[in-house]
Write a protein that binds this ligand. Structure first.
Ligand code: SF4
Ligand code: SF4
Length: 204
């Protein structure tokens, strides 16, 4: 993994493909947020098309600029004052640049996301996957949403690989911290022992 600066991922992925060859692009993805794509991701995507790269770009479309304070941007449909504004259609924009393989996934559907990622990485053509789901901080339900059945939890820690701060490992078992849990359901999808269950009203 490497992380450089805002908007660098797409150009870096193309550079790596040119330096290491097409086979390297079969295991490389460039990840960029929706607002950063608008800010500085369009020109390197043009570079990929023009220079006949084949890498895969994932645009994390969470409908806001989360890292700097939830500002709107040209693909949200609102201006900086929160007033309705023309909305850039990301799929249409990417296609207009010349990307023919454009996929949209729900990142909370792990099975679909994994399958699409597998297909696009294997393709000998440039592709863009738009991972679309509103930022959890914009739309976070409250209360107890998921919980772990201690009798079923084996302590295998697989769910911890999601990196979710709402999961805590205590006394060889995992528990859900309801203050941190947004109810995404990802941990329940990866638990092979069905130890994590939905108990509240969430979006997933
Ligand atoms: S994946 Fe399931 S069984 Fe494994 S630690 Fe998490 S909750 Fe427990
Ligand atoms: S449901 Fe989502 S947010 Fe809640 S603990 Fe599991 S992975 Fe974390």
């Amino acid at each position: 993994d490497c992380c450089v600066c805002m908007g660098a991922s797409i150009g870096m992925a193309l550079g790596m493909e040119k330096a290491r060859g097409r086979e390297f692009a079969r295991k490389t993805v460039a990840v960029i947020g929706d607002s950063t794509f608008i800010h500085s991701g369009i020109t390197p995507l043009i570079d990929i098309v023009y220079n006949q790269g084949t890498t895969t770009v994932i645009i994390l479309d969470n409908g806001t600029t989360a890292m700097t304070g939830h500002q709107d941007h040209p693909a949200t449909g609102y201006n900086v004052y929160g007033q309705p504004a023309p909305k850039i259609d990301l799929e249409a924009l990417v296609r207009a640049i010349g990307i023919e393989r454009v996929r949209v996934v729900d990142p909370l559907d792990l099975k679909q996301t994994r399958q699409v990622l597998k297909e696009e990485l294997a393709a000998e053509a440039p592709s863009v996957i738009i991972s679309r789901r509103l930022c959890v901080l914009r739309d976070k339900p409250s209360g107890e949403l998921y919980q772990v059945d201690k009798d079923k939890c084996t302590g295998c820690r697989v769910c911890l690989r999601t990196g979710c701060p709402g999961l805590e490992f205590r006394e060889e078992k995992v528990i859900v911290n309801s203050l941190q849990c947004s109810g995404c359901g990802l941990c329940a999808q990866v638990c092979a022992f069905e130890a994590i269950e939905k108990v509240g009203d969430s979006h997933a």
